[in-house]
Every structure is written in C-alpha cells, then in structure tokens.
Design a protein around this ligand. Structure first.
Ligand SMILES: N[C@@H](CCC(=O)N[C@@H](CS)C(=O)NCC(=O)O)C(=O)O
Length: 219
C-alpha cells in the first residue's frame, strides 16, 4: 500500500496549503489504497532522521510504495497515474501532452505565482524594486496563454481530467486570494470545475482533520 508523507501540525495560517494535497488529490481520484503518515512540522519532524532518510530536501510530499520512495509532487502524481492506469491516457501522444502540461504547471506557471505568494505573506522582505509587479506581469503572460488554450476545452491536456489538471489547478490555488485570475473567464471556470470535484473535496476534508482545523477555517 502507498504511504503518503504529509503535513500534520503546521504553523497558524498555513493549514492545507501544502503540495502534499496534490498527491492526496491524485490518490483520491484514482481510488488506490493509501495511508497518510502525518509529520509534525512545528515540532521539527521534517528534520528528524526518519524523514531525512526518505526526503533529500526534508520536504513533503513523499510517497513510499513497497520500498520505492518517490518525491516531488509532479513525479508523485505521474507515478500514481501510471500505477492506477487512470488520470493519464494510454496513447503516446496523449501521455506526452500530459507530461508537457505537468511541466508547464510546475516549471512555468508556478514559479511567479509561488514568488508572489511568498512576497504577499512577507517571506521575501519588503517588495523593493517592484519585484512583485514584474512577477504579476509574468503571471499575466502565462494566464493569457492558458485562457487561449482553454478555448473550447474543459481540461488542460486532454479531453478528460488528468494529473496535469491536478498540478495546474493546485498551482493556481496559491493565488486564489489575489484576484489575479479574475480577468480570465475560462481560467476561472476551469478553476471552479477542478475544485468542485468530489475527490478534491475529500482531500480538503481529510487535510483539515489531519491538521486539526475546520474546513471552514481553511483560507
Ligand atoms: N518541488 C517540490 C517542492 C516541495 C515543497 O516545497 N514542499 C514544501 C511544502 S509545500 C515543504 O515541504 N516545505 C517545508 C520546508 O521546506 O521546510 C514539489 O513539488 O514537491
């Protein structure tokens, strides 16, 4: 059975924001059996010997499956899809589309959005030199591309929902309080469609339970 190593206790305001949710969402979508090993971040469990053994960078998510350890949310959701034979098509062209959009989500779209989030929560110091404005400009370039891509499409890579959608929607979620995607109606509907999925709702509920908060208290 797969073990997902995920955030347990976190610092206030950080509940249910982690990349571990991407892995759990993929697990919930596929129906693969799994258990969650929750780590107390506040107590320093990420730096303990057990977690160091499986995580080079002392981070989550990490999964273990019959002795195989996989880290990095992109690699993990692809592993889950391959294992389940779900959330990824079987034909080579379709699979390549999914891989392309996984990279686009993580390597292109996530970079400025993550930095904007870090600035907004005060982890990058004062915004000297308009760094945020430059990142927002870059984000709008990616959003405009996504808006065009979503013309006549429900999901980003294929006709059906895939792991690329889990990654892209999760990346967009980071800036949900900024209004940055408001000018993009297709992207907004895409976002709403993705997070209306029952598997995501279950993921969020379980995360709230694990981290000791009410779902209504998630930012
Ligand atoms: N590139 C990695 C990034 C993983 C990552 O940043 N994990 C964060 C949580 S979202 C973490 O474990 N942070 C704790 C720390 O770095 O101390 C992935 O996509 O999985």
């Amino acid at each position: 059975m797969i073990t997902l190593h995920a955030f347990g206790r976190v610092h206030p305001g950080m509940a249910c924001e982690g990349r571990d949710l991407r892995a759990q969402w993929a697990l919930e979508e596929t129906g693969l059996p799994y258990r969650v090993h929750k780590l107390d971040y506040v107590a320093g469990e990420f730096d303990g010997p057990a977690h160091r053994r499986i995580s080079t960078f002392r981070q989550v998510p990490v999964i273990e499956d019959e002795g195989l350890v996989v880290a990095e949310s992109g690699a993990i959701v692809l592993y889950i899809a391959e294992k389940a034979g779900k959330l990824i098509p079987t034909d080579f062209a379709g699979r390549t589309q999914v891989v392309q959009w996984c990279f686009a989500a993580l390597a292109t779209v996530e970079r400025p959005l993550f930095e904007i989030t870090m600035i907004d929560i005060g982890l990058r110091g004062p915004d000297i030199g308009g760094a945020r404005a430059a990142l927002v400009k870059e984000a709008h370039r990616w959003f405009a591309g996504l808006e065009q891509r979503l013309d006549g499409r429900e999901w980003i890579a294929c006709d059906d929902f895939t792991v690329a959608d889990i990654l892209l929607a999760s990346v967009l979620r980071q800036v949900r309080e900024t209004g940055l995607i408001d000018p993009y109606p297709r992207l907004q509907s895409y976002y709403a469609r993705a997070f209306a999925r029952p598997a995501w709702q279950r993921t969020l509920r379980q995360c709230a339970e694990r981290q000791g908060i009410a779902v209504s208290d998630i930012r």
